[in-house]
Structures are given as structure tokens and as C-alpha cells.
Write a protein that binds this ligand. Structure first.
Ligand code: SAM
Length: 277
């Protein structure tokens, strides 16, 4: 097989910062990420950000099928070479953010996501799967170390936030491995980590996903204010009504939203369904 860096050079490829083009090439690391993704011969993988195809190729060796999105059409000649012979791979040269997820899921059936993407789009991407996906079983994403800490944080810590709580409704997030910046070419400024989110494992039902979303947004709206004050502001409630709703959810007066576990936020959201239409 050809060397990825040689192919990039021979194709005259110019790395583009705006698309976060920091590529991996270490075979051991790539195989470890495939294993983090829980990929086997029955798995359909949705990869986002093919790059030079190093991870795509490693996925293709284990998966049943790989559908890989890449925004940069100038990688077409590169991927034609690096993925030659990978019969189970389809590369789609489009911006994944503009894809219709429901239509794609119809076509894919059950699938897992594996993505090493520009950091600024990873959190919105994860949130999109959390809020919209029906057939995604697991997400495995490379993120900045500090984002990884946030995704996997526990209630009451500084890292715990709206994203952590939103994610917890669907499943469990774990840091699978740390990846030093030296593993990428070109080298980014910060170290990374691979995070897996298992949909279904540890997730919970709520009466209304929308009410849960609004409750979480409200709980973290102003971290220094009490939950009672945030409720009054977010939902334009008089103090007495905010107190009554909190009491109904079994939440003590004076607590701050960031100290509530996702499950406690879920109980509150089931009560707030009354006022969130
Ligand atoms: N998976 C490869 C690897 O691990 O070496 C490449 C990773 S690189 C960090 C991210 C890749 O995602 C780049 O090739 C970039 O062009 C692509 N990309 C960025 N934004 C994208 C989007 N919205 N849709 C599809 N691909 C995107």
C-alpha cells in the first residue's frame, strides 16, 4: 500500500486550516480508534471527514460498510489512490452539516459514527446526533482534551455543562484514549482525546425531549444564579410559581442548576412540561 504522505505530496495537496486538516497516519492508533468505535464485520460506519483516508482504510478493514463524508473535493485524487481496493467504502464529497440526517438514516439502517473533525464543528455535530438520530448506536469522536473532559464530566464539577447533561439523556460518554498532538500532521496546538458515546447505555426517557432541552438550557443559563432565579428568567415565572415547580420536582430551595445530575434535570423537565408547550 502507498504511503499516505507520499500520495498527498504527489497529488500536490495543500492543507487547509479552515477545514481542520490535521491527518493521522500511525497504524496502531488508527486500529485502536476502530476498536474504540466497536466496529466489526456487521457494522455500518458513517465516517465524517475522510481526509487522506487513513482512518477510512482502517475502518474498511473491519467494517461491513463505510460511508465517508469529505467536504474538500481536492482530496478526490488522493482518496482514489489511498482507498483503491476498498470495495466496501463510498466517499461522499459534501458538507456533512448540510445533509438530511433522517434521509441518510433510512438508507444506512443501524450505524455507528466515527469522526476526526475540525474541533469547532465536533460539539454541534455530536449534539445533532444526540437530538436527531434514531439509528445511531455509538459515536466515536476525536476532540480537544478539554472538550473530552466536558463531554464526560460529572454534575457539580467545573467541566459539567449543558452539553454533558444533554448528552447523558441518550447514553454514556467515556474517554477511550488520549492522543498527543504529535500524532497529527500537521501538528495542532493542543492534545486530543477519543470520546465514545454509547447510545442506549445509561440513557433515560423523558416525557418531552424538547422540555428536557429547554430545562437544561435554563439550568445552565447563568451559572452563578440559583435555579429558582434562572427558572423565573427563562420562563417568565413569578417566584412563587418557580418555587412550587421546584418543590414538585423534589428540588431544594437555593440550589444551582449545575449541581443537579442529568436524572434530576430530567425529573424537573417532566414537571416543566406543564409550562413548556
Ligand atoms: N479522518 C482523517 C484522519 O483522521 O486523518 C482526516 C481528519 S481531519 C482532522 C478532518 C477532515 O474533515 C478534513 O479532511 C476536512 O476537510 C474534513 N471536513 C471538515 N469539515 C467537514 C464537513 N463539514 N463535512 C465533511 N468533511 C469535513
Amino acid at each position: 500500500m502507498e504511503n499516505f504522505n507520499d500520495v498527498l505530496k504527489e497529488c500536490g495537496f495543500a492543507f487547509k486550516k479552515q477545514w481542520g486538516q490535521n491527518f493521522l497516519s500511525d497504524g496502531n492508533l488508527l486500529r485502536a480508534i476502530v476498536s474504540d468505535g466497536g466496529v466489526d464485520e456487521h457494522t455500518t460506519v458513517l465516517e465524517i471527514g475522510a481526509g487522506a483516508g487513513a482512518l477510512t482504510r482502517a475502518l474498511s478493514e473491519k467494517a461491513k460498510r463505510v460511508v465517508s463524508y469529505e467536504i474538500d473535493k481536492s482530496l478526490q485524487p488522493v482518496l482514489a489512490r489511498t482507498l483503491s481496493g476498498c470495495e466496501n467504502v463510498e466517499v461522499v464529497f459534501r458538507d456533512f452539516a448540510r445533509e438530511d440526517l433522517a434521509a441518510l438514516e433510512k438508507e444506512l439502517g443501524e450505524y455507528v459514527v466515527v469522526a476526526n473533525l475540525p474541533y469547532y464543528i465536533t460539539t454541534p455535530l455530536v449534539m445533532r446526533f444526540v437530538e436527531e438520530s434514531a439509528k445511531c448506536k455509538r459515536i466515536t469522536v476525536m476532540v480537544q482534551e478539554e472538550v473530552a473532559e466536558r463531554l464526560c464530566a460529572h454534575a457539580g464539577t467545573a467541566e459539567y455543562g449543558a452539553v454533558t447533561a444533554a448528552l447523558a439523556r441518550r447514553g454514556t460518554a467515556k474517554i477511550a484514549r488520549r492522543v498527543p498532538k504529535e500524532a497529527f500532521h500537521p501538528r495542532p496546538q493542543v492534545d486530543s482525546a477519543v470520546v465514545t458515546v454509547d447510545f442506549g447505555e445509561g440513557g433515560f426517557e423523558v416525557k418531552s425531549p424538547r422540555a428536557y432541552r429547554e430545562t437544561v438550557r435554563c439550568a445552565f443559563q447563568s451559572r452563578r444564579k440559583t435555579l429558582e432565579n434562572n427558572l423565573m428568567n427563562c420562563f417568565r415565572l413569578p417566584r412563587e410559581r418557580a418555587r412550587e415547580l421546584l418543590a414538585k420536582a423534589g428540588i431544594q430551595e437555593g440550589v444551582r442548576g449545575e449541581t443537579l445530575t442529568p436524572q434530576e434535570l430530567a425529573n424537573l423537565s417532566d414537571i416543566l412540561c406543564e409550562i413548556i408547550k
